[in-house]
Design a binder for this molecule. Structure first.
Ligand code: SF4
Length: 431
């Protein structure tokens, strides 16, 4: 689920509505004046079909990050080496972030190259790398083994580093405001292709690529958000595998806290229930974008399969099972879903499920895709939307956006680079 180039949910930098100055030109309507929202026909309509099953394309080569520890030992033995070498190799990859076999000094020189080529085939070829926000944001465009293009974004904040990853090449969910959705679904990414994006971010940090780290401290990737290209829960097997690789302690995994990981979805209800039982209590971000079925059918076409009540119920169940607060993502689109009445309706929809502790609303100013007639809300409408939610006691923040000047909306970079020649690729980084 991609929305913008700034998908950090836990941001202490999220613009707090309370800090806003109310626009005096905006008349405030009492909360009791709830009226049924007038339906506004969205200016664009998606004509793309929903695609739940990814086209079958040549699978990427199997990588060390596709295997669990047991499979790694078996694979190592099958390759003619002692099983304990598996743990050594894992320590180099997950813990030391060392890609160059020359640095694997506890392994015999004669086998290092063979292990690298057998178990760590290159999966992501860098195509473009763009930096903004004074060097705190790095957006990468990758070419996969079959030529598909995907994006990832590394964002450094004062108190953490967030990596936004893609889970599919393209997307089959056809959201009409989204550049990725307009390109359709090319294929699912493998577990290792997802993990490699995070490992690359960690290597960039270790190499000091981002804006100056505090003296003597190497920052770590503390947060991973599945908000790049693709609908993560439509590629459930690979994504749940990646969640295991990210959260398994070193040296068999990256050792991240599940609390630092967010999986975003447009609302594939059966998969939300499945995710709740994985035993990996990541944060769920539900991209709602409209509180009523009529509008949500247009903005989020999967709503025709699982409607507002069903997806909000699933999110509530997820919060109850995992004890993790759910984030409701709501892109504000001018004159489409940003009316005061919709704020009131959103508050009602969420309140029906219980007290506010289970949920938080994250408002996202639309980052329009090129050529689209859809645009971000006026500031006064955004402020009024926030005020209405606050008046109903709904926890709400407005997301601080990152990367807008570098085709920040996810999918824009890939869409604008479909004809990239291999000659444009940048040198692979060794770490
Ligand atoms: S089309 Fe896919 S990537 Fe784009 S917003 Fe919808 S779910 Fe996310």
């Amino acid at each position: 689920m991609s929305v913008t180039g700034s998908p950090d949910l836990s941001s202490s930098e999220a613009r707090t509505p309370a800090a806003r100055t109310p626009d005096p030109a905006t008349p405030s309507t009492p909360a009791s004046d709830v009226v049924v929202p007038e339906y506004v026909q969205p200016p664009d309509r998606s004509t793309l079909p929903l695609v739940f099953t990814a086209p079958r394309r040549g699978k990427p080569p199997v990588h060390w990050a596709d295997l669990d520890p047991t499979q790694r030992r078996s694979a190592m033995e099958a390759a003619g080496h002692r099983a304990y070498r598996a743990r050594q190799l894992s320590a180099h990859y997950f813990e030391g972030l060392r890609a160059d076999p020359a640095t694997w000094t506890d392994l015999p020189v004669a086998v290092r190259g063979e292990l690298a080529s057998t178990f760590m085939p290159p999966l992501l070829t860098p195509v473009r790398e763009l930096t903004c926000d004074d060097g705190d944001t790095v957006k990468s465009l990758w070419k996969l083994h079959d030529g598909a293009l995907v994006e990832s974004v590394l964002m450094r904040y004062p108190d953490r580093v967030t990596m936004c990853v893609s889970s599919q090449a393209g997307c089959g969910m056809a959201c009409p405001f989204c550049a990725t959705g307009q390109g359709g679904l090319q294929r699912n990414m493998s577990t290792a292709e997802i993990v490699e994006q995070v490992v690359d971010g960690a290597r960039k940090l270790a190499a000091g690529t981002l804006a100056d780290a505090e003296a003597g401290r190497t920052p770590r990737v503390s947060n991973v958000v599945f908000m790049g290209m693709g609908e993560p829960l439509a590629n459930y097997k690979a994504v749940s595998g990646a969640l295991r690789q990210l959260t398994t302690p070193n040296p068999d995994g990256l050792g991240m806290s599940a609390r630092g990981i967010t999986v975003s979805t447009v609302g594939l209800v059966p998969r939300i229930h499945e995710l709740a039982t994985e035993g990996i209590p990541v944060t769920l971000a539900l991209s709602l974008h409209a509180p009523d079925d009529e509008l949500r059918d247009e903005l989020v076409p999967v709503n025709t399969r699982w409607n507002v009540d069903e997806v909000v119920d699933a999110a509530w169940e997820y919060a109850k099972t995992t004890k993790r607060r759910v984030s409701i993502e709501y892109i504000l689109i001018r004159d489409v879903n940003d009316q005061p009445q919709r704020a009131e309706q959103l508050a009602k929809v969420l309140r029906r499920r219980g007290t506010w502790g289970w949920v938080h609303v994250n408002l996202i100013p639309l980052n329009p895709t090129p050529g689209s007639r859809w645009t971000a809300s006026r500031r006064r409408d955004e402020d009024e939307f926030v005020r209405r939610l606050q008046a109903r006691g709904v926890p709400v923040t407005v997301r601080d956006t990152r990367g807008r000047e570098i085709d920040g909306a996810c999918g824009q970079l890939a869409a604008g680079s479909a004809d990239i020649d291999a000659a444009e690729t940048v040198p692979a980084r060794r770490g």
